[in-house]
Design a protein. Structure first.
Length: 145
């Protein structure tokens, strides 16, 4: 792992997003809350939070971070038959939280896939990216639109 011992402890925030696209009937199932496995978006939200918390267990050489906040939000986009996931991870520490935000998005979207795969194996996950990062030596980053 990279030595971050001499870095200043600052507030750090990262925002990431991604999308899962599916059949219209699958999206309707998610919206109605009648999927066989339960509340898809509610369970995916918890999974995303857990994914952020377990990032250092999954990504080699990633520092374990004491997260102070993880938010997982979903937006149903009926025009594109998709669900957009946006996550925010925060900490006060010596290294950034980009990987935690990206892990949260990935795990949340994979959970939606897992909960709906019985009715739609053709779902696609894409567009997973860092949207914004604040704090630390490298300062503020905003992804180009």
């Amino acid at each position: 792992m990279v030595d971050v011992g001499d870095k200043a402890s600052t507030k750090r925030t990262a925002v990431a997003e991604g999308r899962i696209t599916m059949e219209p009937s699958t999206l309707a199932l998610i919206q109605s809350g009648t999927a066989k496995k339960g509340d898809v978006l509610g369970i995916a939200r918890i999974a995303g939070i857990q994914g952020a918390k377990r990032t250092s267990d999954l990504i080699p050489l990633c520092h374990p971070i004491a997260l102070t906040r993880v938010a997982v939000e979903f937006e149903v986009e009926t025009a594109s038959n998709s669900v957009r996931c946006r996550t925010t991870a925060e900490c006060t520490g010596q290294t950034g939280v980009e990987m935690e935000a990206l892990s949260a998005v990935s795990v949340a979207l994979l959970t939606i896939y897992d909960m709906c795969k019985a009715v739609d194996r053709g779902m696609t996950i894409g567009g997973v990216k860092l949207v914004e990062k604040m704090g630390g030596k490298s300062g503020h980053f905003v992804a180009p639109s």
